[in-house]
Design a protein around this ligand. Structure first.
Ligand code: PXP
Length: 256
């Protein structure tokens, strides 16, 4: 277990989905998410995350194959737990796979996976990925029952859904922010005690990342929408450098 204010490393995984969203708005090859992945790697990111959605609204199958082939950073393949996705994931052979719930009509991933309610289905699903050498992560709300169920599947990692914290920060409601942050802290500590590696993500920005980055058990943040949007103003490399700086400052001195 790490001490509060720990300098233990905190990785940044950059989710490049929305580069593909812009590309797909026109239908041509530009802007290329794989080029964005090369750029964020050069700027100091520690991993690339991409979500292959059932409707292929942004990342498509060939993007995943190219990311694995052309990028040397670890690739985190986000997907729903379906037979179609499992087949593709095993074909691509990423470093990691994050299982997320998926509702076709949602704009983005709303809420964590109901691991407790799908245990029988998820245990063999997780095992198949693990047997293929893929590090499996389950995207869960900071709810002790879900975290305990995630550990029971045999997955080595959970990613804590920070969406409720994001919404509290967007509404600038201090009591709600404090309460959501407390759930993240308690969930991270509980998960680490169960032997899980803890990641977190969803809705993180320059303004709200530091309290989450300061949680000592969290080893990786996966951030997408804000970083790709902010790149319009600052440039993608500068956004990566600034996010890493904020994360490291929070880790070392709690500057927030
Ligand atoms: N982690 C997971 C599991 C996600 O599903 C997403 C959104 O695709 C993110 C992180 C990144 O969230 P955001 O785009 O809000 O930074």
């Amino acid at each position: 277990m790490t001490a509060p204010g720990s300098q233990d490393s905190l990785r940044l995984g950059v989710n490049i989905d929305h580069v593909a969203t812009i590309r797909n708005a026109r239908g041509g090859p530009h802007p290329d998410p794989v080029r964005a992945a090369h750029l964020v790697a050069t700027a100091g990111a520690d991993g690339i995350t991409a979500h292959l959605r059932e409707d292929r609204r942004h990342i498509v199958d060939e993007d995943m194959r190219r990311l694995k082939r052309e990028i040397s950073l670890p690739l985190n393949f986000e997907m729903a737990a379906t037979a179609e996705m499992l087949k593709l994931c095993l074909e691509v052979g990423p470093h990691a796979c994050c299982l997320v719930p998926e509702n076709r009509n949602e704009r983005t991933t709303e809420g964590g996976l109901d691991v407790a309610g799908q245990q029988t289905f998820l245990v063999p699903f997780v095992r198949e990925l693990k047997d293929a050498g893929v590090r499996v992560s389950l995207f869960v709300d900071p709810d002790p029952a879900q975290i305990e169920a995630a550990a029971a599947t045999g997955a080595p990692v959970i990613e804590i859904h920070t969406g409720a914290y994001y919404e509290a920060t967007a509404a600038t409601e201090p009591a709600r922010i404090k309460s959501e942050l407390e759930k993240i802290r308690a969930g991270a500590e509980f998960g680490a005690r169960l032997g899980l590696e803890i990641h977190a993500g969803h809705g993180l920005t320059f303004l709200n990342v530091q309290p989450v980055a300061a949680v000592p058990e969290i080893r990786e943040l996966n951030i997408g929408h804000f970083m790709i949007g902010e790149a319009v103003f600052m440039g993608l490399a500068e956004v990566v450098r600034e996010m890493k700086r904020l994360m490291q400052d929070a880790r070392t001195g709690g500057l927030y």
